[in-house]
Design a binder for this molecule. Structure first.
Ligand code: SF4
Length: 295
């Protein structure tokens, strides 16, 4: 189990507030019973948090806790218990309890923010939009258990970055090699549309992610314009040199970013692996393979 951030005064509440604490469902792989949302540190595969992990309840607390994370493991733990956006907390937990997709009705739902997935120190970082309501919000792992994940993990497997081509549940053995996946917003938003304020509140988690990743980072794959814009905004805040005018997002677009240490990190854009792009043929497997091969 990964380490957790320690809990400062005033940030001591348990993050879990399941609407039906008496009700549990079995995890599809392990069979262990869990309430939904899943309380931290209770045995969910890959849960980086414990009952003592510090909980951010305001934008100010997100910024403070994120800046305090000394390791990616600490960051992951604190991300997964964050409650700073009331609308998103309500949404993710209502989907996890009363709003489950019928085909998943008998499964427990993670119902918490999704941590980054993949090894710390990876040379490639993927920045997506946000967890899916019945995907990562159910399984607890980025792009796991939804159609977008079918696409991205198959492509990462073809590219040598993933040990498996599919990803159904946390705990299924999938590992990433040389790549880590994060999102600009860590909670599933209604209609996949976080508000400007929610994006701003969540931004410090990505900021710290990039600070911790920077020493070994070679390239960043931004999935969609929100991932692209969030990355550029964050690295500018960190003092990286970004070309002007601002590089424009597009599939296959690239930009050379320079860190304060003089290293060059390549930003590559890809259409998001959402169904509206993959079903319509706007994004094909060949197009995705090409950008992944360039990382
Ligand atoms: S979107 Fe980000 S800041 Fe808001 S509650 Fe989720 S993890 Fe916290």
């Amino acid at each position: 189990m990964a380490g957790t951030g320690s809990r400062p005064p005033g940030e001591t509440d348990s993050p879990g507030s399941p609407a039906t604490p008496e009700h549990t469902d079995p995890h599809p792989l392990t069979g262990q019973e869990f309430p939904s949302p899943v309380p931290p540190g209770t045995g969910w595969p890959g849960d980086p948090a414990t009952a003592d992990t510090a909980v951010a309840r305001t934008a100010t607390q997100v910024a403070r806790l994120a800046s305090r994370a000394q390791t990616t493991a600490e960051l992951d733990a604190m991300v997964t218990v964050c409650r700073a956006c009331p609308r998103l907390v309500d949404w993710r937990e209502s989907v996890a309890t009363t709003g489950r997709r019928a085909s998943f009705a008998a499964q427990p739902y993670w119902g918490r923010p999704a941590a980054g997935f993949g090894p710390a120190g990876a040379p490639v970082l993927v920045v997506g939009l946000a967890p899916a309501a019945n995907g990562a919000n159910r399984t607890g792992r980025m792009f796991t258990g939804d159609r977008s994940g079918d696409w991205i993990y198959a492509a990462l497997h073809r590219g040598g970055f993933a040990t498996q081509a599919s990803s159904e549940h946390a705990g299924d053995g999938l590992e990433l090699q040389g790549i880590r996946i994060v999102s600009a917003v860590r909670c599933a938003p209604p209609q996949n549309k976080p508000t400007t304020a929610e994006k701003a509140t969540c931004a410090p988690w990505l900021h710290r992610e990039l600070e911790l990743a920077e020493p070994t980072l070679r390239s960043i794959l931004a999935l969609g314009s929100i991932g692209w814009d969030a990355t550029l905004r964050t690295v500018r805040e960190m003092g990286w040199v970004v070309p002007r005018p601002k590089p424009k997002f597009g599939h296959g677009a690239t930009a050379e970013l320079t860190t304060p240490h003089g290293r060059t990190v390549r930003l590559v854009g890809s259409y998001h692996v959402s169904q509206q792009n993959t079903f319509t043929g706007k994004l094909t497997e060949a197009m995705l393979d090409e950008v992944i091969a360039s990382l």
